[in-house]
Design a protein around this ligand. Sequence first.
Ligand code: ADP
Ligand code: MG
Length: 727
Amino acid sequence: MSSNRNAALNLFLSRPKMNLERENRKISDYFAENVFTDAKLRAYLSHEAYKAYHQRLEDGQKISRELADQIAAALKSWAMENGTTHYTHWFQPLTGSTAEKHDSFFTLSSSGQAMERFDGDALVQQEPDASSFPSGGLRATFEARGYTAWDPMSPAFIMDIAGSKTLCIPTVFISFTGEALDHKAPLLRSIEALDRAATGVARYFDRFVNKVTATLGWEQEYFLIDKAMYYARPDLMAGGRTIFGRGPAKGQQLEDHYFGAIPERVYAFMVDLETECHKLGIPVRTRHNEVAPSQFECAPMFETCNIAVDHNQLLMDLMDRVARRHHLIVLLHEKPFAGINGSGKHNNWSMSTDTGTNLLSPGKTPRNNLLFLTFFINTIKAVHDHADLLRACIASEGNDYRLGANEAPPAIISVFIGDYLSKVLDAIEKRAEGALNEEEEQDLKIDIHKMIPDVMLDNTDRNRTSPFAFTGNKFEFRAVGSSANCADAMMTLNMIVANQLSGFKEKVDKHIQDGEKKDTAILRELAVCIESSRNILFEGDNYSEAWEREAERRGLPNIQTTPDALDVYGTDKARKLFAAAGVMNEKELEARHEIYLEKYIKKVQIEVSLARELCLNQILPACLRYQTELMANLAASRDSGLSTETVGELITIVAENIDAVRKGLSELDDALGQAHEQPTTRERAQSYCKDVKPLLQNIRYHVDKLELFVEDRNWPLPKYREILFNR
Ligand code: ADP
Ligand code: MG
């Protein structure tokens, strides 16, 4: 057998049992022990400083230099007591992972005395060497540099890597003129926009509401494979997915993985990961198998949107690190294996008030139900009006394989709300169109109340195929890719809902000014929203072809590729919306569009190089060797007067596919040349998508054929069955 593949298999089979050093304390004893929580801040800070800090946060004011110095001193004391030597500004550049630049607390005083220092300046602002992060031309246009700025809403934490501890300070990454260069800055702005708009509307119902916070609970899917297999597959290593490979005889047809016991090795990994998560304050709670072999999921309790986004980024870092300790590799790519389900990251989203109300939770009284319906219907309307932006915010090269592959939500954005709520919307629409008198209004509210059962939360009326589903007390945005930063999806959702709510409030206020009663005005505007967003509601099977046809009839976009989906960022409608919400100005939006297109191009380029290299260095040589063996057999058979039919046929198949691969590679070169010559980034991305990618697919077809026909021991790459069924 091919030496790499053989070595990988032997390594895998000889893995020692992992002896887990179990944490034997209760989770609550060590939860967030590596986080500078609010309680710790209070303990390390003077009472006045602590109060001043919270006041500033509440008022959205800047933290003074003096206060920052005090907080820095508190952070340093805590961090050093816990054995920390370095600190870093931790941020989320558009490259897709997190970035850090470690500095030591250690320094020399002016008199040459060794000491540890960390002051307000170091806490508040840093200048990473930013030239290597994508900026879509922003830094070039404005300033040569970017800087990281402390996000006081997300607590600092200690990362323990190989026994060396670093204090990590969550930050946003912006240019010197204030343009966002990361995922977090626009997210924070969208959280503010939603707070402003939603608070205004929530006050119709409860005048004590002062703040509305977006909440997020993500569910992270991933594949877990043996490290040896990973290193024997250059495509997995460099591209995160197998660009060649035939599906195994036993794939996921039996769906026996989903309900099966978690394999012991995986279990050890999960327990280890959860312990690390808990120490860092990530409240993970559930773990289970997923549909595909070697696919799993973990999910936390929901948190405020900002913190949940940070925690998901942190989780992805941790997963990688912890898995390697167990000789495993986590694959976060949306589609690592063709023909087998890919991975997503469901984003459960809601809004909650500082008075403790979940705005998407059906209420116990008619009035509370009107509050719920107001936020529920406005969200639907926002999704209806800006489905193109929701499609764009989940677009990535990897997610293109998944959306619409009959396993994941399709590229068509629609909303599922279930039977009960469909009936409620019908009732409101029918009866609130005309003006309601007081009695009618009261009746309608009571009717609505009767129709929304208390058991909403446990209702089994769920549709697993919908990209955007209401699940009892939250919406679940399911089309997000597994490797994505949740920030983009959350930023978009917060922004479109904020925009919708402020428009809604303007109209309702106008009716009230004109003398209409508040609830009547609200009901009437809700009816308008329902009527104009009917198209986006779909209760059926989103995977079916019938839905594709139906969606087309309704005029809903079905955008299959990332370059097409991103086009929306170039429209006037999007520019105005982003600017009005204060989330991104025109230049920032343009830069982001450019960066995402470039990222797409790079991903395809990497796959092209991988395909070429794998074909030329491994696959074709192995196939030719096998062909030579067959030729020898043919000659011998002929000499002995035996039938040469079988061997002859095999030679033909192998030779034809070898030729097709070679031809495919040269066509690929031509297409690459053509793509490269396109004048704009957008056109280059389009060409990589439409001219280059189909050729890769064509080469794959022939390589996968060869995998079937070439003798197993000759095949150079670990096969799907070897990668996926590793217990
Ligand atoms: P599923 O059936 O899809 O597995 P669960 O009911 O277990 O879903 O919840 C999935 C996620 O939804 C969890 O992460 C949970 O914390 C989150 N969630 C629950 N309530 C809210 C909320 N109000 N806002 C945001 N996320 C929420
Ligand atoms: Mg879910």
